[in-house]
Design a protein. Structure first.
Length: 84
């Protein structure tokens, strides 16, 4: 059974990426013991100003700055490809 704190942190991670216009539907997002893992493909949400305004890697890093240190997330590991 999944730890409820990890489940809540995973939802927070997914919402933070979406807030920055990052499409993570082709990525595996999960938090385990306070470490957030992002694996797979990330892309900009079509029509999103923030993710389409510059380099997607920079947008992802800005989004992750806001997630580090939030309740339940101590570290973030990104093993993702970036698609335009």
């Amino acid at each position: 059974m999944a730890d409820p704190a990890d489940v809540a942190a995973t939802k927070l991670l997914r919402s933070q990426l979406a807030k920055f216009g990052i499409d993570a539907t082709k990525a595996d997002l999960r938090v385990s013991h306070g470490t957030a893992y992002i694996r797979g493909a990330l892309s900009a949400i079509r029509g999103s100003e923030s993710a389409n305004s510059g380099d997607l890697r920079d947008v992802v890093q800005n989004a992750l700055k806001g997630i580090r240190g939030k309740p339940g997330i101590k570290e973030v590991i990104v093993e993702a490809s970036y698609r335009s």
